[in-house]
Design a protein around this ligand. Structure first.
Ligand SMILES: *[C@@H]1O[C@H](CO)[C@@H](O)[C@H](O)[C@H]1NC(C)=O
Ligand SMILES: *[C@@H]1O[C@H](CO)[C@@H](O)[C@H](O)[C@H]1NC(C)=O
Ligand SMILES: *[C@@H]1O[C@H](CO)[C@@H](O)[C@H](O)[C@H]1NC(C)=O
Ligand SMILES: *[C@@H]1O[C@H](CO)[C@@H](O)[C@H](O)[C@H]1NC(C)=O
Ligand SMILES: *[C@@H]1O[C@H](CO)[C@@H](O)[C@H](O)[C@H]1NC(C)=O
Ligand SMILES: *[C@@H]1O[C@H](CO)[C@@H](O)[C@H](O)[C@H]1NC(C)=O
Ligand SMILES: *[C@@H]1O[C@H](CO)[C@@H](O)[C@H](O)[C@H]1NC(C)=O
Ligand SMILES: *[C@@H]1O[C@H](CO)[C@@H](O)[C@H](O)[C@H]1NC(C)=O
Ligand SMILES: *[C@@H]1O[C@H](CO)[C@@H](O)[C@H](O)[C@H]1NC(C)=O
Length: 582
């Protein structure tokens, strides 16, 4: 500043009166820098503004006869140039500004000192111009959440200083250019949520300083290049939701700093490479929705920092290794829809931070370990569609945060433990199609959050709990094909939340005209094959959503109330009373 400052001093006094001259002085000293003056930088910016469709308020300070260094979103920096320190435009930062226009209209040749561009979340359209490659000082380029189209220009490989390239949430197409492999200073490469296609160039493996690589949710295909194993500084690798295929390369086991690996929703096949069990910093391992085969290696139990292990919707075989019980940081363990067999290891009861445990739709056998009752943070427990036998351990009743318990389609026997009355958060309980017997604990009346109760196709007996709809939230009461006896639960009379009431094929008794009320949401009601008596109440006319009404094989008498003809949604009606009228 020495030279520039001393030359300015004489005129400074004048400038107090004549403010605009300040920048004229700067200009007069012709801050030439390879032919680029602050004036030509200003002109390039003003030209761009002039091409925008209604420039936003943020750009109202962008005016002729003012220094760009004072404009909103512009930062200048004094750079050494010989003996002088002229100020040059180094930053353009106008995120979320509603800028509508094309980057191609910005004359990058006139702005060679730019180190930082953030135009995230505007309405930039058209191509990412090849001319941007002349910004040899550019360190960070943020352009996510725009409407950029066309391919990423090959010339982008010329941005030799670039540390961050963020282009996500645009509409870029074409292949990822191999020239990106020249940007060896890159820390973050973020191109996810576009429409780029073709392979991941193996040259990406040259970006040895990468910490973040996000290429997810596009239409990339082909194999993961083995060269990605060279990115040993990588913390996060997102390749999810593409059409990538082939095996997961064992070279990924060299990414010793990896914390998040999301390869889900592709077409990967072959086994989980054992090498990734070396990545002991891993927090999230998402391999779900692929064609992965082979077993879950016991060594996965060495990834003790894991929060989420999601392997669902693959073709994984073998049993669940007891070593998974070492993953005590785990919040989510989701292995559903695979071909996993063998028992549920009781060691899973050590996963005291688990909130979600989903083992459904496998070939799991053996009984439910009582140790699962130790996982008191559990919110979701899905074991349905397996070959589980034995009875339900009473410890399951300790899961006071459980909202969703789903055991249907197994061979679980014995009675439902009384402790289930302590499942105070339970909203959905589905245990249909098992071999459950005995009566329902009257404590079910304490489950005031209950929305769904499905117990059909068992051998349950005794009465239904009177207070089953005490909380007033019950929508699905599906208990058909059991041996329930006794009256309709008294709380059902005012249970206006009901959507499906399927009580058929039991031995329930009582006068239906007295025990049922008005259900504005009710879609299906099946009371067939019980011992109900009485006549159909005209109240039924208020159940306007009703599509199915089955009352056959009971002892219901009387005539059909005319209101039934007003149920315009009704498609199935079976009455077949024992009365002689029919
Ligand atoms: C910069 O802008 C501020 C307010 O917008 C103004 O007060 C100041 O005079 C300007 N400085 C120069 C050098 O133009
Ligand atoms: C984008 O900017 C708008 C305001 O212009 C804001 O409401 C929105 O949250 C921003 N979106 C993102 C993803 O940052
Ligand atoms: C862009 O800026 C450079 C440097 O100031 C200048 O030589 C060139 O003519 C400009 N190009 C356009 C199209 O204005
Ligand atoms: C980038 O590297 C490739 C080799 O991978 C080289 O042929 C090319 O000239 C370089 N391109 C740029 C724009 O630097
Ligand atoms: C993936 O991108 C599509 C649009 O291209 C978007 O609708 C969807 O929400 C994205 N999915 C995820 C998981 O981000
Ligand atoms: C990168 O990885 C490939 C394949 O794994 C290997 O052949 C190559 O030598 C590695 N390059 C460097 C620079 O480490
Ligand atoms: C795990 O890392 C160790 C030490 O770097 C190495 O010797 C071993 O071969 C690796 N194991 C696998 C399966 O890659
Ligand atoms: C990894 O797990 C295996 C099997 O569970 C075990 O034998 C081995 O000692 C573990 N390795 C490390 C480094 O913890
Ligand atoms: C877990 O549950 C089992 C069986 O229910 C019990 O014996 C054990 O003490 C419990 N462990 C812990 C840590 O609570």
């Amino acid at each position: 500043m020495q030279t520039l400052g001393s030359k300015m001093q004489p005129v400074l006094y004048l400038c107090l009166l004549l403010m605009p001259c300040l920048f004229l002085v700067e200009e007069a000293h012709a801050v030439w820098h390879g032919g680029i003056s602050l004036r030509s930088q200003r002109m390039a910016l003003l030209h761009w503004k002039a091409t925008l469709a209604s420039p936003p308020v943020q750009m109202s300070s962008w005016q002729e006869n003012t220094t760009p260094c004072n404009w909103t979103g512009i930062v200048c920096t004094a750079v050494r140039h010989g003996s002088r320190m002229p100020r040059v435009v180094t930053d353009i930062s106008l995120p979320d500004a509603g800028i509508r226009g094309q980057l191609g209209e910005l004359n990058f040749s006139a702005l060679p000192f730019l180190t930082y561009i953030d135009l995230s979340n505007n309405s930039l359209h058209g191509a990412l111009p090849a001319s941007i490659s002349c910004l040899s000082s550019l360190l960070e380029l943020y352009l996510p959440y725009n409407q950029l189209t066309w391919k990423i220009p090959y010339e982008i490989g010329g941005l030799q200083s670039l540390r961050v390239l963020e282009l996500s949430f645009n509409r870029l197409t074409g292949h990822i250019p191999a020239s990106l492999g020249n940007l060896t200073m890159l820390n973050d490469l973020i191109i996810d949520q576009n429409m780029v296609s073709g392979p991941i160039p193996e040259e990406i493996g040259r970006l040895v300083n990468l910490q973040l690589l996000q290429l997810s949710n596009s239409t990339l295909s082909g194999l993961i290049p083995k060269t990605l194993g060279n990115l040993t500084q990588l913390n996060i690798l997102y390749l999810f939701r593409n059409q990538l295929s082939g095996p997961i390369p064992q070279e990924l086991g060299r990414l010793a700093h990896l914390q998040i690996l999301q390869l889900n929703s592709n077409d990967f096949s072959g086994p989980i490479p054992i090498s990734i069990t070396n990545l002991t910093k891993m927090n999230q391992l998402f391999l779900f929705e692929n064609q992965i085969t082979g077993p879950i290696h016991p060594e996965i139990g060495n990834l003790t920092m894991l929060n989420q292990l999601d392997l669902y919707r693959n073709q994984i075989t073998g049993s669940i290794p007891p070593e998974l019980g070492k993953l005590t940081m785990l919040n989510e363990l989701s292995l559903y829809t695979n071909q996993i067999s063998g028992p549920i290891p009781l060691e899973l009861g050590n996963l005291l931070n688990l909130q979600l445990l989903d083992l459904s739709n496998n070939q799991i056998s053996g009984s439910i370990p009582g140790s699962l009752g130790n996982i008191t943070k559990l919110v979701l427990l899905h074991l349905f569609e397996n070959q589980i036998t034995g009875s339900i351990p009473q410890e399951i009743g300790n899961l006071m945060n459980l909202e969703d318990l789903n055991f249907y389609h197994n061979q679980i026997s014995g009675s439902i433990p009384k402790t289930f009355g302590k499942l105070q958060s339970i909203q959905k309980m589905k245990m249909y199609d098992n071999k459950l017997s005995g009566s329902l604990p009257q404590e079910f009346g304490d489950l005031i959050s209950l929305v769904v109760l499905e117990l059909a196709l068992n051998s349950l007996s005794g009465p239904l709990p009177a207070n089953i709809c005490l909380g007033g939230r019950l929508q699905y009461l599906i208990v058909f094909s059991n041996m329930f006896i006794g009256p309709i639960p008294s709380s059902l009379k005012t249970c206006t939340s009901l959507v499906r009431l399927l009580l058929q094929a039991n031995q329930l008794t009582g006068d239906i005209s007295q025990h049922f009320g008005v259900y504005p949401q009710l879609i299906k009601m099946n009371l067939a094959s019980n011992r109900f008596s009485g006549h159909i109440s005209p109240n039924i006319g208020a159940c306007t959503q009703l599509t199915v009404l089955h009352l056959a094989q009971n002892m219901i008498t009387g005539s059909i109330p005319p209101v039934l003809s007003k149920l315009s949604n009704l498609v199935e009606l079976r009455l077949r009373f024992q009365s002689s009228h029919w």
